[in-house]
Ligand binder design. Structure first.
Ligand SMILES: Nc1ncnc2c1ncn2[C@@H]1O[C@H](COP(=O)(O)OP(=O)(O)O)[C@@H](O)[C@H]1O
Ligand SMILES: [Mg+2]
Length: 407
């Protein structure tokens, strides 16, 4: 018998400990059930002390082995385009695994397109929003694939339902990681979960196999982009799904996308091509994608994405409360994450820490403070960061001490 949470129930959630995390415990009031399935449940919950809202995912498992891997999923992903997961708790007594993550108050891409639709008064405006969503989606994939170069994380279930988006594309987050291919010190864990990928989105060559390759995610991502730009699934209905399973000529050939630039069609076609002709790396896609948007003058529409020039680093130091950060000293209370350019995550707070993010704009640095879940909370409308500047957020003062150019 599964013990589902009921609305109104209070549950003390304690994060399973690993060697590098602080003890974390939350007193959660279960507010609203988001979904219930035979083996899982989604709940919106509120911390009774701080009133912060979280999303709680419960996985019921009589066979404790399959939960084991979720327990192993200690990789923390810090990207604005990936849901922020705070941790998991194995409730052995009730045979359930409880993951707490940031609550995303938006629809998934499937609901969005079938219900309210993409924001914008004209086709052109809607197109801009689609580019914005597509670009952030690709950067989210690049983020998790780049963490372990030799043993990349693969999502394995990219599809519109696993992409949360706001109608104007300001928020885009990938959810529902399978954690199937995690690099933990030197060993790889394989999760034996009943379902691996979704028909119509998974690469049929690897359907139901214990194989993990980046090209699988690239294939699924291509079909998600098709859905984003056309508003319908590439493979639709029983007959098409059957044919896609059986016939490679059908599974790997992109349908027409009326009204969509042929250059976009070409890139998506290469994402779902037979594996040998497919894009092998997400970075190659991003390179082509960016070049396309730049050639059309559309890249500036996505100011959230700023890339770092490798050479000629600007060094800086700053102080948060009584913690001083200097790049040369490397105090261990900061974790670099990728958002724009340099970014440091303050670990002073527990769940509600903030992130000081620095953008490189040619020879200047701009700063933004992000909430832990990566939405901007303070964007200073100044040209650039100067020594002595003070940023205040949630009672914390952040002072820029020094900026210098590395020779
Ligand atoms: N962090 C979240 N905040 C709000 N809603 C979420 C969140 N994560 C998932 N959901 C919603 O719940 C649905 C199922 O969650 P998901 O993690 O994809 O689990 P499943 O394994 O059941 O597909 C998603 O499609 C989305 O609509
Ligand atoms: Mg899902």
């Amino acid at each position: 018998m599964n013990l589902y949470f009921s609305e109104g129930e209070i549950f003390i959630w304690k994060k399973d400990q690993d060697y590098h995390s602080n003890p974390l415990s939350l007193s959660l009031r279960m507010q609203k059930e988001s979904y219930r399935m035979p083996n899982k449940q989604g709940m919106i919950a509120k911390d009774i002390y701080t009133a912060s809202t979280y999303f709680v995912k419960v996985l019921f498992c009589n066979d404790m082995d399959s939960v084991y891997v979720e327990k192993e999923s200690k990789v923390q992903l810090f990207s604005p385009f990936i849901v922020r997961i705070y941790g998991g708790m194995l409730d052995q007594e009730h045979h359930r695994f409880i993951t707490v993550m940031e609550y995303i108050p938006e629809h998934d891409l499937s609901d969005l397109l079938y219900q309210n639709g993409i924001a914008g008064d004209s086709w052109k405006e809607k197109m801009r929003v689609r580019h914005r969503i597509a670009t952030k989606f690709l950067y989210g994939i690049d983020y998790y694939m780049s963490i372990y170069e030799e043993d990349p994380i693969v999502h394995r279930d990219l599809k519109p339902e696993n992409l949360m988006v706001s109608p104007d594309g300001s928020l885009v987050k990938i959810v529902d990681f399978d954690w199937v291919h995690l690099h933990d010190s030197s060993h790889t864990v394989t999760l034996r979960r009943e379902q691996k990928g979704t028909p119509g989105y998974a690469d049929p060559a690897y359907w139901n196999q214990y194989i993990c390759k980046q090209t699988m995610d690239i294939y699924s991502a291509g079909l998600v982009l098709f859905f984003l730009y056309t508003g319908h699934h590439h493979f639709h209905g029983n007959d098409e799904i059957q044919r896609y399973m059986m016939d490679p000529d059908y599974a790997y050939r992109l349908k027409d996308m009326p009204g969509v630039d042929p250059e976009i069609h070409k890139m998506i076609a290469k994402m779902i091509a037979p594996e040998a002709e497919r894009y092998q790396q997400i970075k190659e896609i991003i390179k082509d994608w960016k070049a396309y948007l730049m050639s059309k003058g559309l890249w500036e529409d996505i100011p959230e994405i700023l890339e770092e020039e490798e050479e000629d680093t600007i060094r800086f130091s700053y102080e948060i409360g009584d913690v001083i950060y200097r790049p040369y000293l490397k105090p261990c209370r900061f974790l670099p994450i990728e958002y724009g350019t340099h970014q440091e995550r303050s670990q002073n707070g527990r769940v509600s820490g903030h992130i000081m993010s620095f953008y490189r704009l040619e020879d200047r640095i701009k700063a933004v403070i992000l909430h832990e879940d990566c939405h901007p909370v303070l964007v200073r409308n100044t040209e650039s960061v100067s020594e002595g500047d003070i940023y205040s957020y949630a009672g914390t003062q952040i002072k820029v001490l020094q900026i210098g150019r590395r020779s």
